[in-house]
Write a protein that binds this ligand. Sequence first.
Ligand code: COA
Length: 345
Amino acid sequence: MSSPSSLSECLQEWEVMEKDYQQVQETHRLYKHKLEEVTKLQDSCSSAITRQRKKLKELAVSIKECRTKHPAQDLSSEERNVIRDIQDSIRGRPDIFLEMEAFLPKKNGLYLSLVLGNINVTLLNKHSKFAYKDEYEKFKLVLTVILFLFSFTCRFLLSYRALDALFNFLLVWYYCTLTIRESILISNGSRIKGWWVFHHYVSTFLSGVMLTWPEGALYQMFRSQFLTYCLYQIGFVQFLQYYYQSGCLYRLRALGERHNMDLTVEGFQSWMWRGLTFLLPFLFFGHFWQLYNSVILFKMAQLPECKEWQVAMCGCSYLTLFLGNFCTTLGVVYQKYITDKPKSL
Ligand code: COA
């Protein structure tokens, strides 16, 4: 639309704008009113859930007491069935409440309160949750590429302690950022296992220790192995993980609700198992490389010339990473195997 050139056209334009402005004001008033209603509904949902949780706990205890007072043979079969049904429902409720709470504002845990303060991090619709998770995966991918190039440069092109320190500093920042993002994802209903978040705390610590390791014969002894490990684990394996995780994310989004997934959705199941069987050998190889790193570091710590505390500390960190990663990955695969009953393994 061309801009008004005469005074009368300006007046006409102003009238149109005035009407539009009234409309904007009305829409904004309605928006604020709805926001207040939403806030009230959120409060009443949250307190109803807290009340329900408390009462369910009390009821579960009362039913248990009644059952000890009245053994099964004293009850009619109808009463026994009713009690069984109630107990089944009580067992299922906590999961339902968790799903509900993923869409309700809640107080941040200790870590998020310390880092972000008491700001609400709950995203209130599925689209925003998906977008946030998608952005988290893309963030990891971008950093994977940067870290891969960085470690390649340090490993094969330039050997300066200052450059290594910059690389380790980037790793500290990256892992710290992941812990924050993952805590926000968990607040939004993500089922990331506690170990993977803890794994990033340990990795932050490990990179911090590597950062402070002074230049010397022992540092040079471990440097190549460390950088090659980074190339493999942070570059290559993380890229495969990205492919698998984002594939899951998009497919599950297409299928609908992740955690209420219909287990007969065989297309997803077979894709997931194909992805996992491809990924697992690389993951396990990485885990054993962590074990190998820790063994080498413990051996170095026993050398008479070893004065640096960083050697044993890095050894302990790698051992912790190996144990946690290996056991958790085995646990995840076993859990998937018994619940999903794969058909294409
Ligand atoms: N880091 C961050 N999030 C992870 C994760 C990891 N290592 N593993 C799983 N998750 C997330 C999933 O994206 C999913 O999130 P959602 O609830 O928001 O959708 C949730 O945790 C549950 O995932 P789950 O079904 O248990 O596993 P999966 O099929 O997504 O992945 C593995 C299974 C084995 C591939 C995955 O756990 C993995 O890559 N583990 C190995 C990691 C590793 O060893 N790293 C070595 C050091 S880098």
